[in-house]
Design a protein around this ligand. Structure first.
Ligand code: 3PG
Ligand code: MG
Length: 396
């Protein structure tokens, strides 16, 4: 890795370290955290800073607040602070603002080993507009800047770009999480152990065109599942019944199939239902999907075919569930893929919010080499998009 990391810094004792994390965690209707993976993933960096005798000023966005005080209340960082306190077992002060005299005073008052969590960065319009004055005020809070927000690295929000840019004479490094994500993905992109097999699922082809093109250049096999497989089938002129497809993406799907000739595998059988809410008459069909039926998962023959490909791979990268897995009766395919990755002796990489949540739900995350904290960031990095946020970090 060419970027300086927190491990490269000496003499942190007594310093105030400003850490941009991605605590944009999923929440339920009441604003409760439904998955704290992104908070846990940032702990090694925060701990290492506190253990070095420094204090930490931690900042993140949460959700996409629209400036409506009533609706935005669910996006306050209090519950995140509470969870961070529990996980860290250390004092975490929560600021109710992002900038201003109160925040500056709270930062000044921090003792070594203490944490100050700022309020949701996106409560200030300057965060997403990249406002320099706003950024300058945040930059003034810290002696060191750490980017440990891999999931936000594809964004040019002020805290990702303008803040480190406003700290030209201070150390600007990545944290342990970003370092790990980059190390694993750089290896995948440049010199992966072969054969490399990729499993691609999810609803839409359109979200992932660049990602699929990039993978087709680098991997040996691409196994397609999820609703996107019906768009590919339709593009081939096959019947898909009432399955969800992207009618305006058939030409793109054909282009990808052409590009991936000999590499792309599509499902050979499907679990189908006559109504999406109807679990009782689900059945398996081979080949095409009859009129009046909807595909909801890959079928058993596809599972065994894909399992076989995965077992032969030295590197496996997976993005997107292969069926409507949130409904238990339609989760067999996604679970089988997760099991096959967990059983693999190869390097196993999972990316994308939904897929990461699926492997966690199945209790298999610990059996994989790497579960990325990136959704969009994971896709864009694999696609080859350079991250402007990383250009703000010092080279080694
Ligand atoms: C994410 O979850 O994709 C990141 O936290 C970035 O959030 P955003 O998509 O709202 O910019
Ligand atoms: Mg996103």
């Amino acid at each position: 890795m060419s970027k300086k990391t927190i491990a490269d810094l000496r003499d942190l004792a007594g310093k105030r370290v400003l850490i941009r994390v991605d605590f944009n965690v999923p929440q339920d209707a009441e604003g409760n955290i439904t998955n704290d993976r992104r908070i846990r993933a940032a702990l090694p960096t925060i701990r290492s800073i506190l253990d070095a005798g420094a204090s930490a000023i931690v900042m993140s966005h949460l959700g996409r607040p629209k400036g409506d005080p009533k609706k935005d209340a669910a996006f306050r960082m209090d519950k995140v602070a509470e969870r961070l306190r529990e996980l860290l077992g250390k004092p975490v002060h929560k600021a109710d603002e992002i900038i201003g005299v109160k925040v500056s005073a709270a930062a000044q008052a921090l003792k070594p080993g203490e944490v100050l969590l700022l309020e949701n960065l996106r409560f200030h319009p300057g965060e997403q507009s990249g406002d320099q004055v706003f950024a300058g005020q945040i930059a003034g809070l810290g002696d060191v800047y750490v980017n440990d927000a891999f999931g936000t690295c594809h964004r040019s929000d002020a805290s990702m770009l303008a803040v480190p840019a406003a700290m030209p004479k201070k150390p600007r490094v990545v944290g342990h999480l970003v370092a790990k994500e980059l190390e694993i993905l750089d290896k995948l992109l440049t010199a992966p152990s072969r054969p490399v097999v990729s499993i691609l699922g999810g609803g839409k082809v359109s979200d992932k065109i660049g990602f699929i093109k990039s993978l087709l250049k680098r991997v040996d096999k691409v196994l397609i599942g999820g609703a996107m497989s019906y768009t590919f089938m339709k593009a081939q002129g096959k019947a898909v019944g009432g399955s969800r497809i992207e009618a305006d993406k058939l030409d793109v799907a054909l282009e990808l199939l052409e590009l991936g000739k000999g590499k792309i595998l599509l499902p050979v059988d499907h679990l189908i239902v006559d109504k999406i809410s109807n679990f009782s008459n689900a059945r398996v069909v081979e080949g095409e999907i009859p009129e009046g039926w909807i595909g909801v998962d890959i079928g058993p023959k596809t599972i065994s075919l894909y399992r076989d490909e995965i077992s032969k791979a030295a590197t496996i990268v997976w993005n997107g569930p292969v069926g409507k897995f949130e409904d238990e009766p339609f989760s067999k395919g996604t679970r089988a893929i997760a099991d096959a990755l967990a059983a693999s002796k190869g390097i196993t990489i999972v990316g994308g919010g939904e897929t990461a949540e699926a492997v966690e739900e199945f209790g298999l995350a610990d059996k994989l080499t790497h579960v990325s904290t990136g959704g969009g960031a994971f896709l864009e990095y694999v696609e080859g998009t350079p991250f402007a946020a990383l250009a703000q970090i010092e080279e080694r």
